[in-house]
Ligand binder design. Structure first.
Ligand code: NAD
Ligand code: UGA
Length: 468
């Protein structure tokens, strides 16, 4: 039991849900606002124990320093949800909102059971008025459902619901939180709604300038979050779709992407070709958007956004089919090393990582897999619990690649750019192949070493292609 310092804090803030969003966002508030007491609670005791240890449950550059600076000073991680609700006047809800896996809307709609349980906990334990802040990403109009639940008791307590979606990207969370492009606060246009909104503006104003704090209606706020993710994913699918055309025509996707991005109206970000986007949110949020559109009878809009997901699946499928095709149409007993398993660099998160799909398809072809990743190996192991297949997990990339027929670059970790590929080539079975799913390696140099190089949206550099 951690003894809390006897301080008079200006505000008491609670966050329900100590995950990738709840932990870092609350750590940033505590770091920037020592005058507030910030408590993060979770039903998962193991997760809370990790937040209270030196081995945090989430890997993010600079996160451990921020947590270390304020933990047990004004930042607390706890399992006592009842106490947290009773003592706090401001409650962020940051529980997960995965795609529903059962019943009506299965595979499309958001599963709101975790969200609803927190609403019921708040109602059950509250003894005074509260501001409830939606931090999770939710379908538009969820605040209304929250309000219905919170007003279902005949106690005199008032709950004012705000929407404050989070825009941080994993691997960059601390920078995004410290210097956000925008903070979005949706509120009701009522005296109580405006008062609650001002309280939240006050909190962010401790470190975010006023021009970056945007206010809107709750419904616009909820929808803007879904649409922001859909637009980001759409850019990736756009460039990935063109990579297929580049491979057919001899154009180079890096050059095309550079030229397109130089138009200041388009901008250069999020035009990096890949084997498809991963992560816990893009797919689920687009599915949710598509589901909402169909619910309202907007079939053309739904189909348009669903296309972003179709291209993402196509891109992953193309990558695997190319490996099979290039390696003489059989992968049985061939050893393939996956460089990276995280869904992007600088995170240990593997949720919806394209690596999962690629690995499963390679196993289906009876390939032997060696998986390496600097931060995601433990999460990768968990993905394969109970799955049959010849898989090894090796942290050192040199040991991982040794004896393999091919390397597939899945995650754009910087370390893969800096390896001694002469040494790796010597240790591999010949002919040795590299499939660079992120176009991060020096292809000409690797070809000169002796590798056969296949990338995304570029011509292959391979002795087999020349003889075709
Ligand atoms: P997560 O799964 O990492 O964390 C959610 C946590 O909530 C878990 O630890 C879970 O045990 C806890 N929880 C669930 N029900 C609870 C309950 N009733 N009481 C207490 N704790 C409970 O999820 P996450 O990645 O942090 O995402 C949370 C939300 O934020 C999602 O809606 C997501 O779409 C959104 N979001 C995520 C990111 C991201 O980068 N991961 C970025 C922006 C927005
Ligand atoms: C994304 C958004 O960027 C955040 O703003 C948002 O808050 C978050 O989703 C969320 O709601 O969860 P995140 O998924 O953490 O953040 O990471 P991104 O940097 O967006 O990358 C997502 C995927 O797209 C990764 O697999 C990445 O490798 C891929 N990607 C990204 C590309 O393939 N090409 C690019 O140009 C950029």
């Amino acid at each position: 039991m951690i003894k809390e310092p006897a301080m008079n804090f200006e505000k008491k803030i609670l966050c329900i849900g100590a995950g990738y969003v709840g932990g870092p966002t609350m750590a940033m508030i505590a770091f920037k606002c020592p005058q507030y007491k910030v408590t993060v609670v979770d039903i998962n005791c193991e997760r809370i124990a990790q937040w209270n240890s030196d081995d945090l449950p989430v890997y993010e550059p600079d996160l451990s320093e921020i947590v270390g600076a304020c933990r047990n000073r004004n930042l607390f991680f706890d399992t006592d949800i009842e106490k947290g609700i009773k003592e706090s006047e401001i409650i962020f809800v940051s529980v997960h909102t995965p795609t529903k896996a059962f019943g009506e809307g299965a595979g499309m709609a958001s599963d709101l059971q975790y969200w609803e349980k927190t609403a019921r906990d708040i109602l059950r334990y509250s003894e005074s008025d509260k501001i409830i802040i939606e931090k999770s990403t939710l379908p538009v109009k969820t605040a209304q459902a929250m309000e219905y639940i919170l007003s279902s008791s005949n106690n005199a307590i008032h709950f004012e619901v705000l929407s404050n979606p989070e825009f941080l990207a994993e691997g960059n969370a601390i920078k995004d939180l410290e210097n956000p492009d925008r903070i979005l606060i949706g509120s009701h246009d009522t005296p109580r709604g405006i008062k609650a909104k001002d309280v939240l503006i006050d909190i962010y104003s401790n470190w975010v300038s006023a021009d970056r704090i945007i206010t809107s209606s709750i419904w616009s706020s909820e929808l803007s979050k879904l649409v922001s993710n859909a637009f980001l994913a759409q850019r990736i699918s756009s460039i990935n779709s063109i990579s297929a055309l580049c491979e057919k025509t001899g154009a180079d996707i890096k050059e095309v992407s550079y030229v397109v991005g130089k138009d200041s109206r388009i901008g250069s970000k999020f035009l990096e070709v890949s084997i498809g986007f991963g992560g816990s949110c893009f797919k689920k949020d687009i599915l949710n958007l598509v589901y909402l559109c169909r619910h309202y009878g907007l079939y053309e809009t739904a189909d348009y956004w669903e296309g972003v997901l179709r291209i993402n699946d196509y891109q992953k499928d193309r990558f695997v089919k190319n490996i099979l095709n290039v390696m003489f149409n059989t992968l049985a007993n061939k050893k393939i090393c996956l460089f990276g398993f995280a869904f992007k660099a600088n995170t240990g998160d593997v949720r919806e990582s394209p690596a999962i799909y690629v690995a499963q398809r390679l196993l289906d072809e009876k390939a032997k897999l060696v998986i390496t990743d600097p931060k995601a190996l433990e999460n990768a192991k968990r993905e394969f619990l109970g799955i049959n297949g010849d898989i090894e997990f090796i942290e050192n990339p040199y040991d991982a690649a040794s004896g393999c027929d091919a390397i597939a670059v899945i995650t754009e970790w910087n370390i893969y750019k800096e390896l001694d590929y002469d040494r790796i080539f010597k240790s591999m079975t010949k002919p040795a192949f590299i499939f660079d799913g992120r176009n991060i390696l020096d292809h000409q140099k690797l070809f000169n070493i002796g590798f056969n190089i296949y990338s995304v949206g570029k011509q292959a550099l391979s002795i087999f292609e020349k003889s075709r």
